[in-house]
Write a protein that binds this ligand. Structure first.
Ligand code: ATP
Length: 199
């Protein structure tokens, strides 16, 4: 599994549609300060479901939409797509190539797509769980991330190993099942109460 291409339109400094293809080997992005290098990494994290505007270096989600310059009007929406090669089948979906898209409008409305089919943010999280590429994955190592890992609590550090070991999806399913069980137990208690009231 590897990132083949990223398409960016209207995201932060990218007013025009930009397509970046990643070939074999190392790709380095170079440019003057403030030219938008980090915005590319932000775009990748955003499309993978990053919801924290602080970690996207903004104060509200609208800040990811191109806000205009002296010569160009602001845009109404931002859209980013990642094209991932899935010939290894690491992503649990029956496609050799997977396209993930996220779009956000100034109204705050957000849309997510997997291979052009509309989906929920939860579907994107589930698709990337245990692959290392999700929003909490370890594939994107930002500035200060190493320090953050070294200073993290044992529990937070353990999460990184769990993601690498591929057990996060089982833990998530276990939590969901426990919540359902809890709800069912509450319902049962309620039913017993009603029966007692009727007797
Ligand atoms: P450095 O080398 O200093 O880390 P960089 O190349 O990584 O810089 P970025 O931080 O990616 O640069 O980009 C910052 C630029 O993006 C700034 O010029 C900022 O004005 C621009 N920018 C950020 N958000 C928006 C937005 N919503 N609309 C327009 N431009 C934006």
């Amino acid at each position: 599994m590897y990132l083949k291409k990223i398409e960016i339109y209207g995201f932060k400094s990218f007013a025009n549609k930009v397509e970046l293809e990643f070939k074999d080997g190392i790709t380095a992005v170079v440019g003057p300060n403030g030219s938008g290098k980090s915005n590319i990494a932000d775009a990748v994290r955003w499309v993978l479901g990053e919801q924290s505007v602080k970690s996207l270096r903004g104060s509200k989600m609208e800040d990811v939409i191109f806000s205009g310059t002296q010569k160009r009007k602001p845009l109404g929406y931002a859209e980013v797509s990642l094209v991932i090669d899935n010939q290894s089948g690491k992503l649990p979906i029956d496609y050799n190539e997977v396209r993930i898209t996220r779009r956000v409008f100034r109204s705050g409305e957000s849309e997510f797509y997997i291979n052009k089919s509309s989906c929920r943010l939860k579907d994107i999280h589930q698709l990337f769980m245990d692959t290392g590429l999700g929003k909490e994955g370890y594939s994107i190592v930002g500035q200060g991330k190493i320090d953050e890992i070294l200073n993290a609590s044992l529990q937070d550090r353990r999460y990184i190993f769990e993601e690498a070991a591929g057990i996060v999806k089982y833990k998530t399913r276990k939590n969901e099942a426990e919540k359902k069980l809890d709800k069912t137990e509450q319902n049962l208690i309620r039913i017993v109460d009603i029966i007692n009231e009727l007797e």
